[in-house]
Structures are given as structure tokens and as C-alpha cells.
Design a protein around this ligand. Sequence first.
Ligand code: GLN
Length: 476
Amino acid sequence: MQIPTLSIDRIRTGLLAREFSAVELATEALRFAAAENPKTNAYLRLSEERALDQAKRVDAALARGEDPGPLAGVPVAVKDVIVTRGVVTTCGSRLLANYVPPYDATAIVKLEAAGGVILGKTNCDEFAMGSSNENSAFGPVRNPAALDRVPGGSSGGSAAVVAQGTAVVSLGSDTGGSVRQPAAFCGVVGVTPTYGRVSRYGLTAYASSLDHVGPFARTVKDAAALLGVIAGHDPCDSTSAAAPVPDYAAQLDANVKGLKLGLPREYLKDLTGESLQLLLRAIEVLKGLGCEVREISLPATDSAIACYYIIATAEASSNLARYDGVRYTARAAGAGTLAAMYQETRGEGFGAECKRRIMLGTYVLSAGYYDAYYLKAQKVRTLIARDFANAFEHVDAIVAPVSPFPAFKLGEKVDDPLAMYLSDIYTITGSLAGIPCMSVPCGQTADGLPVGMQVLTRHFDEATMLKLADAYEQAH
Ligand code: GLN
């Protein structure tokens, strides 16, 4: 059984034909993951017991002649910011090194109800803050495509396991690009659904107005199938949308003829080298499929980085206040007063990037600066969303780069936070607007580094986005 070549369909066929059982598949997937993981450090832990229990349930359902669900037996990895009952969930932080959640995130409940088998939890930047996975308290992840390079972040582990073949699909989270950028760096598909499409219940909060749960897969079809399972309204998340969920995987009919695509001028003006060449080549493929491509303008793009790093840090400073040594976390020993206990717990527990963001966020929310920074950033966010709304009056989808460059070397940007922040330039706009966006592989540089193409569509129109990406993937 070759785990790296398996697809959701192949697993279903194999199970139904009794070629292998779910327990056999899970056992082999766990063995392979344990053997391969030292190369990348992508998994923080494997959840063997939970995986095998679930596989037994799938086999029992099959034995009874029941439909075991659309993800039956599929080995899935989960980013360690998504809580799993009874399985340590660290958020990549020393503070939560021993935290065992008492409940499952909604996405996890749905995944298992559909027959998915959770193999383990994946490494990530601390509290999902970062673009390279180097902010994890448990060491960086290496990119399977080039082991001296970063896998992207913050969902670096979830992208790497799918690229490495130690999971068939995985879940990540995206606040400003953390699914799309690592997907592009590792050469896999990554989908950020519309804000509210997938419940955030049980996704550890970083910046609540921007946080999304999103799937990784080796093909658009598998990503579509996983999204279909985790999407839908959830009374446990007040921002979850009641919009009906189409059968995404069934709608991938490759018919994209006549679709109008926009190419944002502002995204191409600074793009250079092979990242530009590969994107232009992908656009030629889309034209060959009958899509009409035109240039569009998203004028507020230049303000997006500043806007994002004000809003995201403001929300983060508030969300991270809960890690105080009283709840969830370990407590610093020996502090004499309550205030000292807070300070020492947080001082020892948080890594440098979290501290930087707590300080930035507290600053932009403080009296006297609130109007100048936070309020202004909220207004800019509206302009960014309006740019997209205007564009979607003329086009059905937007095609764009994911990152200004392919995967960079480990250590290359760690001492320059601003350079790190600038790598999010093409992904944070879609997050701020709350629209669906995804990355689909569009080739490799001469050095073998994967590059991704980004596709963005109207709110709740994941179907068009996935259809376009699938048609491209088939033709490419
Ligand atoms: N790189 C961005 C940040 O550091 C995005 C992270 C994310 O999407 N979680 O905030």
C-alpha cells in the first residue's frame, strides 16, 4: 500500500472491494508517518489509539453493509491549533505543551463522522503566527521538496505531510495566508473557504475576524471532498453561515469555457523571475480552456499589509490574554504575587513573535492610538473588500500569485520580521475581504521549488473556484 499515491476515491474503491481494511490502511499509514517524519518534523505527535479506534468503526460499518461515509478510512492530519479531545493540542507553543482539550472542534467531529481517520497533529507557527513555521516552539518543519527550505507557514506541518505523503489530506488554518502560502511552497492544493463557511468552534483563536479552517490535498478533487465534509452551519460558532453547502466534488466538470477571469495589475507589478513566468504560463493554459482573461485593478492593495498587521495583532493581543497561568497553561513556579505569576508565565511561555504581536496589538488599541491605527485599519479593510466586490461585477474569478517568491531557506528571514510580513502581500487581501481563495500548484522553478497560483471568487462561490482550479490541474 503506497500511502503517498492514495486518493480519497482510491481508498473508497479499495475498502469496498475488500482489497484492504481500514485498520490495515491506518496501521500502514501510522508506520509510514513515524518512519518518514524525522526528515521533516511535520508531525508533532501521532494519535495511534484514536486512529485505530476510528478505523475499527469504519471496518465495522463496512461489515454491516452500511455506507462508511465519504472520507471512510482516509488518513487525515490536523494542524495543532485545532482542538482534539484527549489528544495534546499545543498550538506550537511551550505554554500548551501539555494541554489536553476536553472537546473536539466541529471540523474534527464532522471529519470523523464522515469516516476520516486522524493520524496525528501537525507542527505550526506558535498560535498560527508566522509565514515559515520557524516560530514553532517545537522546531521548524523542513520542506519535503527541498529539505534546507521552509515549508511556509503557519500551517507548514499540514502542507508538508500531504506533500511528503505521510497523510492523504490535512486540515490547516488560514488567517492571512497560512493555508495558501504553505500549499504553494510545498506543491500541494490549499483552500481557504469563505469566512463563516467552516465552523471555527475549536480552532484556537488568533485573529477571530480573519481565522478560517481549510483543507490541504494533493488534488483539487480531494480538497473539494474534504471541504464538503467540514463546511456548513454550526450553532457553536456565531459567525458560522447558514448558506447551503453544494456538493463541491460532484461539480468539478472541467467546463470553464467563457468564464471571465481578472488579473490584478497591482499583484503583477512587482512579481519577477520564475514565479511570474510560471503564473503567466498558467494563464495561457486557462485561456486555452476558453476562459476570458482581462486586467483588473484592486487599488487598495498597497495598504493591505499595514492594515492586516494592525487588525490581526489587535485581535491577537486580546485573544492571547487567556494564557495567564490560571487556565489551560502551565504556571511559572515561585512567583510571589499574582501579577508576577502572570508576567513570569507569559514571559517564559510565549515566543518572541507572539510577544511582538501582543505589544503591537496592545499599542494600536490603546487610548490615543486607537483612532489613528485600529479604526483607520478597519476603514482600509472596507476599501479592500469593496475592491473585490467591484471586480466581481465584471469577472467570475481572480487569478493571482500566492507568494512573491518560492520557499526560502531556513533561517533566511527569521531576524527580519518585516521581510517575513511582506511575504504575505498577495494572500492577506483575500483574508481581509473574507472571500474564498485557494492555491493550486502551477509548476516548479529550475531548482525544483514548487510555485502556486491563487484563485479567488465571490463570497460563498467556492464551487467556481474549485472548478477552475480542477480544470487547470487536469490540463496542466
Ligand atoms: N503569515 C501571516 C501571519 O503571520 C498569516 C498567518 C496565518 O494565516 N495564520 O499572521
